[in-house]
Every structure is written in C-alpha cells, then in structure tokens.
Design a protein around this ligand. Structure first.
Ligand code: NOJ
Length: 495
C-alpha cells in the first residue's frame, strides 16, 4: 500500500516538477566525489598479452559468425593496457576525484584459480592503482565486470555452479591483499544484466539461453558469492577502511496509467529488476512478489518446486546486511503496463514479470531507446532511502549514449545537467545520502554485443576510422570538468 501511494506520488511529483523550479542551491558538498567509470574488457585490449588467460568474452567475440555488431571485439578496444598512464592523466585533467575500473580476472589468474598468478597482470593493476592515487583520485574497484576466465567455464564453472563461490572469494582475497590503496570495493557489476544476458537470453558471453531457469540460478549464486566475499573481507581485513559493496543496476519505473493493474505492474517490475538484488542483501530474502510470481507459474507448469532457488536460513545469515554502501547504475526511466498472463508452455523471465514496457511519447529518447528523464533519478533515490535506509549511495554509473558522430554532444551535457540537478535535489530536499557520482564512461568503448557504434564517453574515440585511437575532448568534457572542479551546477533552466 505504502508503495502504491509512492508510485502515485511519482506522477503527481512529475506534474509538480514540470512547472516548478528546483529548490537546491546548486552546490555539492566539498567532500563529494565526482568520477568516471570504465571496465576491463571494454577498454583494455591486449587480450592475449603478457600471460593473460582468455575470458569468456574473448571466446564469444571470436566466434564465427560473430554475435557482436560489425564483428567488433575487445582485442584492442581503447588499448588502455598500453595507454593507462595517458588515460589516468586524462581523468585527472578532467578534475576527477574518483576513478572506477574493473579487474580482468583472467589477466591476473589465467585459469581463474588463485594458485597460479600471472605476475605481469597483477603488476598492471598495482601500477594502475598507483597512477590513480598519484593524482589524488580515489580508486573504485570492481572485481567482476563480466569477463569470466574461460578456463573456469571450460571446467564447468560459471555463475550457475556454486563451486564458483569459493573460487571467487579466493580471487577477491588475493586482489584485496595486493591492492590496499583501493578506496571502494565492489564485487560484481550489475548481476541482473549479467544473469539475464549471459544465462537468460544468451546475448552476452558465454551465450547460454535458458531464460527463467539459468538466469535465476545465476542471481542466486552471485548473491551468495558476493555475500561470502563480503564476510571474508570483514573478517580478514578488519584494518581496511574501504567500504565494500555490489553494483546493482536500477532504473525508475512509472505506471503507464493510474489503473491499479499498471501501478502493480510498475511495482512488480521494480522488484524483479532491483528488489531481486537489494532485498536479499538488505532484508535477507527475495521480494515477496518475485517469489509468488515464479512459484505460481512454476506450479502451473507442473513443477514440484519453484524455478527460483530458495534462499535458506543459512543464506539469509550470510546475505543480510552484506554491504557497507549502496552502489547503483542508473540510466533511464521507463513505463510499465500490466500484461496478460502468457501460456504456461513457454518459460521465460518476461512471462514471470508479466509487464509491457513503453516510453511516454513526450520523453526525449537516446539512440539506445532509453528515455532521458531526470525526475526519475530523484524518485529512485527517495525509494531506495525509504526501502533500505539512508546508507551512503554511490552512482557507480550514469550516462547516455549517442552515435559518436560529433564532439558537440549536447545530449550528454543536457543529460548530465538534468540528472545532477535532480540528484542534488534529492540530497538537499529529501535528505538522501549520495556521496559520489561516477558517470559511464571516461571514454568511448566497446558496448558489449552492440559493438563500437554507441558512444557513452566523456572523451571521444573513433574506433572505425582512427587507428591511432586518439582521445578527443567533447563539449560534455568541458561541462563536466566545470562541475568536477567547482562542485557547482546551474539548475536554473532544468525542468
Ligand atoms: C552497464 C554496464 O555496467 C556497462 O558495462 C555498460 O557499458 C553500460 N551500462 C552501458 O550500457
């Protein structure tokens, strides 16, 4: 009921904000962190150099025919492995206070296990962290941003198999021991996207398409692996100050109409997308509606138990409270409408959620079809605070794509201005504890199976026409540098 009221209030709030000016004073706190984010496979290249093992993404992008747009691969990507000093200087020149990167697990552990270390790979990350710290930036490190060691996969170990949990914990321990200067740790990037794409619809490596079964198993195993790594960190590294968490992607979902069915659809979608990961960590179990929906369909499919793995009392002890801060990736707002119950012959995530998604025709839409709705970020923040308490929140990613044809990227400047203003509104008016904004991305890079055609970077790279991969400043670079250095934003014209 409380949630229903919240969703109705969203609509009213939107109407209110459309007329009224924002009330914040334009000033972020002095200790606020502005950063930029990247991920190993999307930028590093050097896919087979210096003793690196292959990842599932190396194998996936080398398949013939290629599952990736334009047959693109991360073989070279931004060539960051060789140019990291230039890139970190560029990040410092942007005025950043934080830099988020991820570790390529097979670069450090070629076969995935912590007993065989590739020293050159380890050295790369030590040097990278030193370079970040040299410029006074806080290193924000993700242990797993989707590039699984191929050797593990070939041995039957991936995120569907609980055997991965201890192997991941051993890898995490090793990295934490070796990178003591990291300022924020996170275990896994976007478990939802990873599980749905890699094990649900098969559009990401390793390409398993078992929607409604393998994706849920993946979510369960990932949550346990995260929680076990968290417990290990707390027990074995009590002297480390760096907060430890997991990066969860969470958009904002508004009902398509004010019918009770659509309001319930928006709530349901939120719980399937975000609650599925936040809830076990904050409260110890799956959200009720998720459990009910999957159990209901499982039963009518003639199964003796739910397709959703059960969280046991032992799991609850492990998972509940297993984070020091909330890290979210947020990009857009979407409308949810109630859908008809689909036939029980077909098993998939979409039928479990039973929601149709659409954009409001008045919304501005990016090349990826994602709606630019700054008001949504404030609503999400209020909701997170209401649901999970006022823990510190980091935006580990936030951003917009364009086609990269111009360095005059007005859409990105407009996006950031709007979103930053609404985040500040949530901080100052709703008292939400946001401590950092780390946009995606420092520079254009490989957008996974979509190749190099979508550009998210604050710094531009023309992958198709410029073999030198020269980094070029965009208009949004200058805009962002002004925000990072002054910690001020002008919200006068933001609606
Ligand atoms: C989420 C992912 O973490 C990142 O790898 C991806 O490139 C961006 N969002 C944009 O889709």
């Amino acid at each position: 009921m409380q949630q229903t009221i919240a969703f109705v209030l969203v609509l009213l709030q939107f109407a209110f904000n459309a007329d009224g000016a924002l009330k914040n004073n334009g000033q972020f706190p002095r200790n606020f962190l502005f950063g930029a984010a990247t991920a190993s496979y999307q930028i590093e290249g050097a896919w087979n150099e210096d003793g690196k093992g292959q990842s599932t993404w190396d194998e996936f992008t080398h398949r013939i025919p290629s599952p990736v747009t334009n047959n693109d691969t991360g073989d070279i990507a931004c060539d960051h492995y060789h140019r990291y000093k230039e890139d970190i200087k560029m990040a410092a020149d942007l005025g950043l206070q934080a830099y988020r990167f991820s570790i390529s697990w097979p670069r450090v552990l070629p076969n995935g296990y912590a007993d065989t270390i590739n020293e050159k790979g380890m050295q790369f990350y030590k040097d990278l962290v030193d370079e970040i710290v040299k410029y006074g930036m806080v290193p924000v490190c993700t242990l797993f941003h989707w590039d699984l060691p191929l050797k593990l996969y070939e041995n039957g170990i991936d995120w569907r198999n609980e055997k991965i949990i201890d192997i991941f914990v051993a890898y995490s321990r090793l990295m934490i021991q070796n990178l003591p200067k990291v300022g924020y740790w996170s275990t896994i990037n976007e478990p939802r996207v990873h599980c749905l794409r890699s094990y649900g619809d098969g559009k990401h490596a390793p390409g398993i398409a078992e929607s409604g079964i393998a994706d849920y198993q993946c979510s369960y195993v990932i949550l346990k692996a995260h929680a076990k790594a968290y417990r290990m960190y707390k027990k074995e590294f009590p002297h480390y100050k760096a907060p430890f968490g997991i990066v969860i992607d969470c958009q904002w979902y508004v009902p398509a109409t004010n019918s009770s069915e659509d309001i319930a659809a928006a709530e349901r979608y939120y719980e399937f997308e975000c609650g599925m990961y936040f809830h076990p960590i904050s409260k110890g179990d799956w959200p009720d509606i998720v459990k009910k929906r999957i159990a209901h369909r499982s039963q009518l499919e003639g199964r003796s138990s739910s397709r959703l793995p059960q969280i046991t009392p032992e799991d609850i002890r492990l998972m509940k409270g297993a984070q020091d801060y909330i890290a979210i990736n947020h990009y857009f707002t979407i409308m949810a409408a109630n859908a008809e119950e689909a036939s029980y012959d077909e098993i998939n995530y979409k039928h479990d959620v039973r929601v149709n998604l659409l954009n409001d025709p008045s919304w501005k839409i990016s090349v990826l079809g994602w709606a630019i709705c700054p008001f949504g970020v404030r609503e999400l923040l209020k909701h997170l605070k209401e649901q999970y308490g006022n823990e510190p929140i980091i935006f580990a990613e936030i951003g917009v794509a364009d086609d990269g044809t111009s360095l005059k990227d007005d859409i990105r400047t407009e996006y950031y201005q709007g979103y930053f203003c609404y985040i500040l509104e949530a901080m100052q008016i709703d008292d939400v504890n946001v401590v950092a904004i780390i946009p995606w991305s420092l520079m254009d890079n490989l957008e996974w199976a979509k190749g190099y055609i979508y550009h998210f970077g604050l710094i531009g790279i023309d992958f198709y026409n410029d073999p030198t991969l020269t980094r070029r400043l965009k208009d949004s670079t200058y805009f962002y540098r002004n925000v990072t250095t002054t910690k001020r934003i002008n919200c006068d014209n933001v609606k």
